[in-house]
Write a protein that binds this ligand. Structure first.
Ligand code: AMP
Length: 615
């Protein structure tokens, strides 16, 4: 293994890298840096997130930059604001011992005048999102006539997001004699077309095998159906007591719903997607980086700029529409030499997508059983005992209270004391999982049962279907409806079945045994929702047509925290020191259509005819 100096980098750069804790170059750095220092040949690099590609292209540029000239010499295009900011920040860190280097980062959604002012001062390196870069070129604030390098970072993602026209426009205004560096995790034909049209005999390098997943990531799949998908997610979170994960969803709405449900159920979770303001997104990312959120529910695009190296899991709540994106997702874990697990929740139809992914990552998915209630309780209990064992005791602080505590507990022997302590901490959790069903059995059966003409009957005879006079127009969504039901305190752990949210009214299914209590609770509590009185009625009418309406979801069981303040790793209303305290449980669900997230930095239309599903 070489050192950075051996790769040809100057002392000042190597010193900055040491400050950052970079001891040795990564594979892609080892291959790209000497190549780019020695040659002006174009370069095409197969590199995934987390391989150290930012330094791979930035360091040779810094090495050769003319700091005596103020002209823009390098333009780096990246798909999202977050990634652009990250790259700009990295370059400043790399350049901290080189005098006279100026970098400007430009992106949509921020004050353009400030960016113009910064460019006017003269920046040798400009990092930008494609939309804003084109805008600044058109305003003549950004001049690329003298550039020596253009970097297309995450080229596949820029094209995915519909930035083909912008890439063309930027490339058109750059001089012929320049070095084009293209970095991409996948090489669909659209990326190859860019390479073909704009690059001259590029040299190819790779950070491993093309598109292949990291050796440090194992890939598992769990078979679910729409009824068990969310419950399975919760069980995965519950069985992994120290989980630190990104849950990937395909659309903004799915993202917000899953996050709302997790927050409501007391998990330390939050959502990250393009419907949030930049301030909200920054806030969420910051909390996640600092680990005050353990589970981040995100769209592919929004999670791009997030640089965290210690994820224990990546969970595909739904597999991405473009199977190539699976490598982007799973590449978020197993970084910096750490092991990680990438989990896919798949129904029987989605299972078919695994095989092509296996071919890309060159690895097999392992089918794993959704953890049973018993396994979860066992793990949680042992986690608790470990914490007790490792707890630091500050005798001086508790000393004065001890005599009265000892006196109170005098009658209990050691075993009784342990039992009571465990029960105190654990009863709610045990109760929640006591009669927990085997989701692996449920998953193999269909969620819906249809009669011979395709009408959908209530999923099981034990459910009663209720009509409620609220719908999407009232901002009702499944998470808020579950919240409303839970607020009525009908009974602990009530089973909630299918939910159909329609425009002006909705339906939900609840455990038949609590039919009367449900009606009474709503009658007596007289709940209001967004200022409207709430009415519910039992409906005997069967649901018809092709299943649930838009916004339909399954409720699942109320979690322990929903009723009594939670079990382990969940928020407890009576104990603010919960290890998985939710930091944003008071946030209202945000509006947003069910469309794929393309980020907010630069909103564009078009693309290469591959707009993903809008539903
Ligand atoms: P990137 O693929 O550029 O997003 O880098 C992924 C992560 O690895 C970032 O947190 C970098 O700071 C870090 N990194 C990059 N190169 C090295 C290196 N040679 N040694 C240690 N960490 C690195």
């Amino acid at each position: 293994m070489s050192t950075f100096i051996e790769l040809g980098l100057r002392e000042e750069i190597s010193k900055a890298l040491t400050d950052l804790g970079y001891e040795n170059p990564t594979v892609i750095q080892e291959k790209a840096i000497p190549q780019l220092i020695a040659s002006t040949q174009d370069l095409k690099a197969f590199a995934q997130t987390g391989t150290g590609k930012t330094a791979a292209f930035s360091l040779p540029i810094l090495q050769q930059l003319d700091v005596n000239s103020k002209e823009t010499q390098a333009i780096i295009l990246s798909p999202t604001r977050e990634l652009a900011v990250q790259i700009g920040k990295n370059i400043e860190e790399f350049a901290k011992y080189i005098k006279g280097v100026r970098t400007t980062t430009v992106y949509g959604g921020a004050n353009i005048d400030e960016q113009i002012r910064s460019l006017k001062k003269g920046s040798q390196i400009v990092v930008g999102t494609p939309g804003r870069t084109v805008d600044l070129i058109k305003r003549r604030a950004l001049k690329l006539g003298s550039i020596r390098w253009i970097v297309l970072d995450e080229a596949d993602e820029m094209l995915n997001m519909g930035f083909k026209d912008e890439l063309d426009q930027v490339l058109e205004v750059t001089p012929k004699e320049k070095q084009t560096l293209l970095f991409s995790a996948t090489f669909p034909k659209e990326v190859e077309a860019i390479a073909k049209n704009y690059m001259h005999k590029p040299i190819e390098i790779t950070s491993g095998q093309k598109n292949e997943g990291s050796d440090d990531v194992s890939h598992e799949y769990y078979v679910v159906n729409e009824r068990t998908r969310y419950e399975a997610l919760k069980r995965i979170a519950d069985v992994n007591t120290d989980i630190y994960a990104i849950v990937f969803c395909r659309t903004r709405r799915e993202t917000q719903e899953v996050a709302n449900n997790l927050i409501k159920d007391g998990y330390s979770a939050d959502a990250l997607h393009g419907d949030l303001s930049q301030g909200q997104r920054d806030g969420v990312m910051d909390k996640f980086r600092k680990k005050s959120i353990q589970i981040l529910v995100a769209t592919d695009v929004a999670a791009r700029g997030l640089d965290v190296t210690e994820l224990t899991h990546v969970i595909n709540h739904k597999l991405p529409d473009q199977i190539e994106n699976y490598t982007h997702r799973s590449g978020r874990t197993g970084r910096a030499g750490k092991k990680g697990i990438s989990i896919a929740l798949v129904n029987s139809k989605e299972k078919g997508k695994l095989r092509p992914i296996e071919r890309i990552i060159n690895k097999k998915f392992i089918q794993t059983n959704i953890p049973s209630g018993k396994e979860i309780c066992q793990n949680q209990l042992m986690h608790l005992i470990d914490k007790v064992q490792n707890a630091e005791v500050n005798t001086s602080q508790i000393e004065e209270f001890l005599p009265s505590i000892y006196e109170k507990l005098e009658g209990l022997d050691r075993e009784q004391l342990i039992q009571k302590f465990v029960s105190l901490e654990f009863n709610t959790f045990l109760a929640y999982y006591e009669n927990a069903k085997d989701l692996n059995d449920l998953a193999s059966s269909r969620g819906d049962s249809r009669d011979s003409v395709g009408r959908v009957r209530p999923r099981d005879e034990n459910m009663t279907r209720f009509f409620i006079n609220l719908g999407r127009k009232d901002d009702l969504n499944p998470a808020r409806l579950i919240g409303l039901i839970n607020e009525q305190r009908i009974t602990d752990n009530i089973e909630i079945g299918a939910i159909d949210i329609l425009d002006t009214f909705s339906f939900f299914e609840l455990d038949k045994n609590f039919e009367g209590q449900t009606l009474t609770a709503f009658e007596e509590n007289e709940p209001e929702f967004n200022g409207r009185g709430v009415n519910i009625e039992i409906t005997k009418k069967e649901r018809t047509g092709g299943g649930r309406g838009r916004g339909g979801a399954r409720g699942g069981k109320r979690s322990p925290s929903g009723s009594e303040g939670g079990g382990f790793g969940r928020k407890r209303s009576d104990r603010s020191s919960s290890p998985r305290r939710s930091s944003s449980s008071d946030r209202k669900p945000r509006a947003g259509g069910d469309r794929p997230d393309r980020g907010t930095a630069d909103k564009k239309t078009g693309g290469f005819g591959r707009r993903r599903r809008e539903s």
